[in-house]
Design a protein around this ligand. Sequence first.
Ligand SMILES: Cc1cc2nc3c(=O)[nH]c(=O)nc-3n(C[C@H](O)[C@H](O)[C@H](O)COP(=O)(O)O)c2cc1C
Length: 195
Amino acid sequence: MALNDDALAQIFTKARTHTAWQDKAVSDETLKQLFELLKWGPTSANCSPARFVFVKSPAAKERLKPALDQGNVNKTMAAPVTAIVAWDYAFYEHMPRLFPHDQSARSWFAGKPEAIQTGGFRNGTLQGAYLIIAARALGLDCGPMSGFNNALVDAEFFAGTEVRSNFLVNLGYGDASKLHPRGPRFDFDEVCKIA
Ligand SMILES: Cc1cc2nc3c(=O)[nH]c(=O)nc-3n(C[C@H](O)[C@H](O)[C@H](O)COP(=O)(O)O)c2cc1C
């Protein structure tokens, strides 16, 4: 059954990328609800490589700040939460549990750096997209960002682990009055073929 137009507008057609935020907190409960939705998005062999840090406290925001590109500092420091979307290079160690019906799945990746990179990055990025869709479905607004220094974030938040950052997503309730006009998108015929 298709979602109704209001739901489609909330998730896609009227959803915007936000950089200014209402003074309205995002509860830890909402962040848990967000994960409980996004985790159901599909990944190859259910490998689920994404790891998330929800940077919320002022102290944690200060740890993130030096890694941000100048143009992303104010919007990120003002956002109620910034999600670090990361992925675990050792994700395949969990595959016996996550893909129980094929116990050989771990061996598709173990000791194979190219497969780890391709599979981990592809599926971890998909899970970041699921986070955006799930957030919008819960009534949150998002501001995804790649303008930051990954190595600095990794040193600050993932030292001593095999988890590495991919991109950031500011989360909160957007201030729509600060939006600029929306950029166009391609038409179907420009970028799609039905073969
Ligand atoms: C992966 C990714 C990285 C982005 N990086 C930045 C960024 O570093 N700084 C920024 O201000 N906007 C960033 N954006 C925001 C995009 O410019 C914005 O989502 C796009 O123009 C669509 O805007 P709309 O959702 O309002 O139509 C990024 C978006 C994505 C998905």
